[in-house]
Write a protein that binds this ligand. Structure first.
Ligand code: MN
Length: 205
């Protein structure tokens, strides 16, 4: 059996993001939810082990090349694996508290101002119906876009590269915020690691 996908370490303590995200939520979210996406992705790919050789981003970019019998499972669990792997990094403690340099300029030119970007990203994340993610992506033309996607759908599946993501599944916030998704989205900006987001932006370019 080729190398299976592995749940990455969180890289910091479960309580490192308190009070914005509580330790219990982080533990369940990383160990159980992300863990299950990895387990189920590996299970789905048992019948097509050649995909274990590819980075998950490449598999999602070329989702149509995954056999139809397992495509939905790979979309859901592979998407879940890629999305959460990015999420833990962009909310990692430390790093810059606001964007600078090329990313700051691009955010201004794409959205009008940094505040207008925050407003747009927040409103699509709050308004997203049901489970999904808010995304800042670099599109196929190299332009920044903000939008939401349902479930674990990945921006890679539409030829975009995710720069910043916000998990708005209830499992991401329910213990602390219950039905108050807007409060969770508002608090999220306190924990964004802009050093990591800028690195994602540079790598996507
Ligand atoms: Mn999640």
């Amino acid at each position: 059996m080729a190398n299976q996908f592995v749940l990455p370490d969180l890289g910091y303590a479960f309580n490192a993001l308190e009070p914005v995200i509580d330790a219990r939520t982080m533990e369940i979210h990383h160990d159980k939810h992300h863990g299950a996406y990895v387990t189920n992705l590996n299970k789905a790919l048992e019948s097509a082990p050649e995909f274990f050789e590819k980075p998950i981003e490449d598999i999602l970019r070329n989702i149509q090349s995954v056999p139809e019998s397992i495509r939905t499972a790979v979309r859901n669990h592979g998407g879940g694996h890629a999305n959460h792997t990015l999420f833990w990094k962009v909310i990692a403690p430390g790093g810059a508290k606001e964007p600078s340099g090329a990313l700051a300029k691009e955010l201004e030119s794409a959205f009008g101002s940094f505040d207008a970007f925050v407003e747009k990203f927040s409103s699509v994340s709050v308004a997203h119906f049901g489970s999904g993610w808010g995304w800042l992506v670099l599109d196929g033309e190299g332009k920044l876009q903000g939008y939401s996607l349902p479930n674990q759908d990945s921006p890679y599946m539409q030829g975009h590269t995710p720069i910043l993501g916000l998990d708005v599944w209830e499992h991401a916030y329910y213990l602390n915020y219950q039905n108050r998704r807007a409060d969770y989205v508002k608090a999220f900006w306190q924990i964004v690691n802009w050093t990591q987001v800028e690195e994602n932006f540079r790598n996507a370019k």
